[in-house]
Design a binder for this molecule. Structure first.
Ligand SMILES: C[S@@+](CC[C@H](N)C(=O)[O-])C[C@H]1O[C@@H](n2cnc3c(N)ncnc32)[C@H](O)[C@@H]1O
Length: 243
């Protein structure tokens, strides 16, 4: 995977994003493991009445050059027409899942999951504006579910070829009560992966801290790649495979 230099329009760093948005940004930063926090956050985003995407770190366009080939590489081999199954955990109102659904030249079934019904409602409205997918058999499904208990949400073992996490594990790890939940999140993401599938975590956390955490939560074989820099902050993609 080639390292990308993220363009500023990909989105500024978390603190920069939050500062002008809401007076209770500090509260958000310390309560990211609480579902009510996210409902309030996405309600605040939606007050203008017109739904718009909110992306942590960077948007779909900034990483589509990395994601689309990854998607192709982990799906069923040609000429198998069955879809590549993708799960986006803690999707929020990010354009990640919608972008992959729209652009993939091969059939994809994308499930976007978030604990916040407010986020899922906004994403559902945004979905109405997405042009038809490039492949007619592609599908996109939105679910309100707890990603630390995907089994409770009806997601069985070995369902997905690719699981994406952009900022969700980060947000759990940043709260005092979060690390246990972050470990459960990783375990659940790996459980729903097919053998040979991959979990990709996009994060601003340094490899010195994230790799040991992931190895403890998910096992050995974690790889890390720089994705790019925004405002001097380095962003990474961590990959875990299911043997
Ligand atoms: C830092 S935001 C990232 C949002 C999105 N992935 C993006 O890139 O813009 C974290 C997201 O995780 C969601 N979240 C937090 N805890 C969760 C959980 N236990 N299960 C599912 N989603 C969760 C929040 O509602 C929020 O949308």
């Amino acid at each position: 995977m080639a390292a990308l230099m993220l363009l500023p329009r990909g989105g500024p760093a978390l603190g920069t994003l939050l500062r002008p948005l809401c007076s209770w940004a500090d509260g958000l930063l310390h309560n990211m493991a609480q579902p009510g926090t996210w409902d309030r956050f996405y309600t605040q985003q939606d007050t203008a009445g017109t739904p718009s995407h909110f992306n942590w770190f960077f948007n779909y366009m900034a990483i589509s050059g990395l994601l689309l080939p990854t998607l192709r590489g982990c799906g069923p081999p040609e000429p198998n027409p069955s879809p590549t199954r993708v799960l986006d955990v803690g999707c929020g109102t990010s354009d990640l899942g919608l972008g992959l659904y729209r652009d993939s030249p091969h059939p994809v079934h994308i499930s976007c999951v978030d604990v916040s019904p407010v986020a899922i409602r906004s994403l559902h409205r945004l979905l109405q504006e997405v042009p038809p997918p490039r492949h007619p058999l592609s599908q996109l499904h939105l679910h309100v579910a707890d990603a630390t208990d995907l089994e409770g949400g009806g997601f069985g073992d070995g369902t997905f070829h690719l699981v994406l996490d952009k900022g969700t594990c980060d947000s759990l790890l940043r709260c005092p009560q979060g690390p246990g939940q972050a470990g459960r999140l990783v375990a659940e993401c790996l459980r729903v992966l097919r053998p040979g599938g991959s979990l990709l975590q996009f994060s601003d956390e340094d490899p010195d801290a994230r790799v040991p955490f992931l190895e403890q939560a998910g096992g050995p074989g974690v790889t890390v790649q720089e994705v790019g820099h925004i405002d001097g902050m380095c962003y990474y993609v961590y990959t875990l495979g299911r043997p």
